[in-house]
Design a protein around this ligand. Structure first.
Ligand SMILES: [Fe+2]
Length: 354
């Protein structure tokens, strides 16, 4: 059989997807986290893997799904949050823009699966299927009521799920997870199918979404889910020492308010009184892509006048960040390799050829 006889569309997909294979799974497994530090990996969108010196592996908002893949369907489903929000009907062109850096089915060591809220890009049935079918039955699924309802609907046993609301604390090995208020107003205009919510004052944020604070031996990590900017960030900043804060950043299309802007990101960091602010989520949707430099330019412009005590960190999907070891870094760059150059005699016609 020739090479091209063997190749099918299915063989191509299996051969090329997920794009990073098990590279990142292996990197996380191999990482030995030093005392008084915490290791983190950006899994794409707002997916975050935290690994601590005490061996806690905590996976938050890992999402392995897709955006739009065909133009054949023309309209949104009735009751979609964006249709509710702005009265649109046409499908939004939100194509997935990030590569898949982790293979959910190759996860071996994980101590908790977390979801900040039940929107499709923050909770994942593939992850749930693998953890339920193949891993230790004591691994909990932790999230607000609506996330738990979705996990249970997918087949996660109810007794594996831990429903949290702001103020609740869950201990995982050497790490304390504190559930905090979410400020994801998009959640408040999300309905289960079409419902007329005009004139209805929503009071169910705590059931729909939470933020998480991870108190680790290396520092406190604040995961804001899909929170919009809120004045209450300042209360969280007063109640907790926050080292690193992640915020969902994006360029909102006209008619939409869903992601934090560059100004919001800086206001959030200042209010939380954090040391490092990391924009996330901006990578994923083709129709929400911002200019990352905007945050850097505005931070440079304002930091001296306002006395900012934080700086931004610009990460890459699949990248590792160790706190506080990497605390002074502003930009991430993937390992450039070739560290062993000239350890061996080059095989070139003469030494000065290149
Ligand atoms: Fe999201």
């Amino acid at each position: 059989m020739s090479k091209i006889d063997e190749i099918t569309r299915e063989s191509w997909l299996l051969d090329s997807f997920p794009e990073w294979g098990t590279w990142l799974n292996e990197e996380i497994e191999e990482e030995i986290v030093q005392p008084k530090t915490v290791a983190m990996w950006w899994l794409g969108n707002v997916g975050l893997w935290i690994k601590t010196p005490g061996g806690a592996n905590i996976c938050t908002d890992l999402w392995c799904g897709k955006g739009k893949r065909t133009k054949k369907v023309k309209d949104m489903v009735a009751g979609h949050q964006m249709a509710n929000m702005c009265g649109c009907r046409r499908l939004q062109p939100n194509l997935r823009n990030s590569v898949f850096v982790i293979d959910p089915f190759a996860i071996k060591n994980v101590d908790a699966i977390l979801s900040t809220h039940y929107h499709q890009d923050h909770i994942d049935p593939n992850v749930a299927a693998h953890v339920v079918k193949n891993l230790d039955p004591s691994i909990p699924f932790i999230g607000p009521k609506k996330s738990v309802e979705l996990w249970v609907k997918w087949g996660v046993p109810q007794d594996r799920c831990v429903t949290v609301k702001p103020g609740d604390v869950v201990k995982i090995k050497d790490t304390e997870i504190v559930a905090l208020d979410s400020f994801d107003r998009t959640c408040l205009v999300t309905t289960d199918g079409y419902q007329d919510i005009r004139g209805v004052c929503p009071t169910d944020m705590d059931e729909k979404a939470v933020n998480f604070l991870f108190k680790t031996p290396g520092g406190n990590i604040y995961h804001s889910g899909d929170s919009h900017y809120s004045i209450y960030f300042a209360k969280h900043g007063k109640d907790y020492d926050i080292d690193v804060a992640l915020g969902s950043y994006g360029e909102n299309p006209v008619g939409i308010q869903d992601k934090m802007t560059s100004v919001d990101m800086l206001r959030m960091a200042e209010a939380l009184n954090c040391k490092v602010v990391i924009p996330v989520h901006y990578d994923i949707w083709s129709n929400f892509m911002p200019d990352l430099n905007e945050i850097k330019v505005l931070w440079d412009l304002k930091k001296d006048r306002l006395g900012y005590k934080f700086h931004p960190f610009f990460w890459e999907v699949g990248g590792k960040y160790i706190y506080p070891t990497d605390k002074e870094k502003i930009y991430y760059h993937h390992d450039r390799g070739f560290h062993d150059c000239f350890d061996h005699e080059p095989n070139t016609p003469f030494r000065s050829i290149l």
